[in-house]
Design a protein around this ligand. Structure first.
Ligand code: URA
Length: 239
């Protein structure tokens, strides 16, 4: 007999979603056990004996967990399949990682740097949910200069669309040949947040690179390459 687990755990084990997101999928009627759609919480399935389908496609729990860090180059989409057929981050890991891993959060097409991928939906939830306040640090190159007033506004929080950003840590690193380089740490993850924050103070980001998530650093991992997270990094990020 295989292990018996709750349906939402089974879905998270397949890497398709966090347990919480899986609950929504179940409520929305997207999940079938064998031939039957289930909408109730708490139903259990037996790994290896029951078949579970999400949106009509069978999903299987991956028992081995993968946690990897990629140094994403600009010009890759953070998605599994791109509707416009552009290169995706999966192209950079798929040859070597046979399990279905998924990006943890998102970096824009033009953004470079530290991107995590995993098949552990609960890990993704811990790293990306705003309530866990996970710091993310970026190096931003901006064309031209920035005023002290602009720096201080970023530090206090600026309004992007209808949202006031939380205070950010901001440090000016250099200013050379018309490019100002700034290190900025935020803990939220709004769409294109860093670019929009700079726009809000009148600056255009010409290059953006994420260098750390919490105290997990990209270090000198070459661009386009990936490595496994250490057990120390996995424990730290899932705590
Ligand atoms: N902020 C952005 O503007 N882009 C990213 O990719 C990440 C954070």
């Amino acid at each position: 007999m295989g292990e018996i687990v709750r349906l939402q755990k089974y879905i998270a084990m397949s890497g398709a979603a966090s347990r919480r997101a899986a609950e929504e999928m179940i409520k929305d009627g997207r999940v079938k056990i064998n031939a039957e759609t289930v909408r109730e919480m708490g139903i259990k399935v037996e790994i290896g004996a029951d078949k579970v389908y999400l949106d009509g496609k069978e999903i299987k729990p991956e028992l081995k967990k993968y946690y990897i860090m990629l140094n994403k180059p600009a010009g890759f989409v953070t998605t599994v399949n791109d509707q416009f057929d552009r290169p995706t981050v999966m192209d950079l890991v798929e040859k070597e990682i046979k399990a279905r891993v998924f990006p943890v959060g998102r970096l824009d097409y033009d953004t470079e740097g530290l991107l995590l991928l995993t098949n552990d939906g609960d890990f993704t939830y811990k790293v990306t949910h705003p309530k866990f306040h996970m710091n993310k640090t970026y190096i931003a190159d901006i064309r031209g200069g920035i005023t002290i007033k602009g720096l201080n506004a970023l530090r206090r929080g600026v309004v992007i669309e209808d949202y006031k950003t939380s205070p950010a840590e901001v440090e000016m690193l250099s200013c050379e040949k018309g490019i100002t380089t700034i290190k900025i740490t935020i803990h939220e993850g709004k769409n294109r947040q860093v670019r929009k924050m700079f726009e809000a103070v009148g600056c255009k980001v010409s290059r953006l690179k994420r260098i750390s998530i919490g105290n997990v650093e990209l270090g000198n991992l070459p661009q386009g390459r990936w490595r496994y997270l250490t057990s120390h990094e996995i424990n730290y990020l899932s705590k």
